[in-house]
Design a protein around this ligand. Structure first.
Ligand SMILES: [Fe+2]
Ligand SMILES: [Fe+2]
Length: 273
């Protein structure tokens, strides 16, 4: 069993919560993930001190971290937003498109942030092409995860934020390249779905699960529909279980467990009991 812990939207520079951070450390001791994925908006305004606090916290977890930028992780000042958008992120994380590989796991981060857009994001064709080539090099049998900040699925509770642009072809391209789980954030609420729950597909195609993590931070505490939380993926041979933990005043509560076929083979549909 391989476990990955997924946090998103920490928004350092707004409300920081030592009690939550401490409780996350003890949750990690129980979950024992191989990797922590942080899917963007690590900071609120992309400032150096915010990046340093976010990276300091993530690195204090004692587990390898794969971090990608969100739309809040670039400067809000001009011309830095356009002339050196990734400077602080790369100073701390080296690259905006990292990868992680082990015998059982292959994780690829993509940068969906576009400095000239405030909220919406996109992946360029060349980026997707490179992603496909990288995924093709993954060890046979490794579980393949792709992550970028902008969501593919929109939860209906609050957000009117647009999903990553051209999401149908982004999804199809990544699935064809072997992605089995796609992780994002940005909307500050959980949304989890297997491809066929929202898309009509023809013939036997592989399962892919799209998972949007709730926000770990809460930049606008009065805004309803922005529960704080995180996801844990428990990856076994035949299935993956997605555990949603929500912060409840003073500790993490396991709020949902969703189980999906792993996607190694074309998905069969179990008969109705
Ligand atoms: Fe965010
Ligand atoms: Fe965002």
């Amino acid at each position: 069993m391989t476990r990955v812990l997924h946090v998103s939207d920490l928004h350092y520079g707004t409300r920081e919560d030592p009690a939550m951070e401490l409780a996350l450390t003890s949750l990690l001791e129980r979950v024992r993930p191989e990797l922590v994925v942080a899917s963007g908006d690590l900071t609120h305004r992309g400032r150096r001190d915010q990046h340093e606090r976010a990276a300091g916290f993530l690195r204090s977890l004692g587990v390898p971290v794969l971090a990608i930028p969100g739309n809040h992780d670039i400067p809000y000042t001009f011309p830095a937003r356009f002339t050196r958008p990734w400077e602080e992120f790369e100073r701390l994380w080296e690259t905006t498109e990292p990868s992680y590989r082990s015998d059982g796991l292959f994780v690829l981060g993509l940068n969906s942030v576009r400095p000239w857009r405030h909220q919406s994001g996109a992946l360029r064709r060349a980026q997707l092409r490179r992603a496909c080539e990288t995924l093709a090099e993954a060890p046979a049998g490794a579980f393949k995860i792709v992550t970028f900040h902008h969501h593919l699925l929109g939860a209906p509770w609050r957000s009117t934020k647009k999903p990553v642009s051209d999401r149908n072809s982004v999804l199809a391209t990544l699935v064809d390249s072997g992605a089995q789980l796609i992780l994002a954030g940005h909307i500050h609420q959980a949304a989890v779905s297997e491809r066929r729950e929202f898309e009509v597909t023809e013939g036997d195609v592989r399962a892919v699960v799209v998972s949007i993590a709730p926000g770990l931070g809460q930049p606008r505490p009065r805004r309803r529909g922005e529960a704080r939380g995180l996801h844990v993926y428990a990856i076994a041979d035949e299935a993956i279980a997605i555990e949603t933990y929500i912060w409840r005043v003073d500790d993490w509560g396991l709020t949902a467990v969703r189980r999906f076929p792993r996607g190694r083979e074309p998905l069969s549909v179990d008969p109705v009991p």
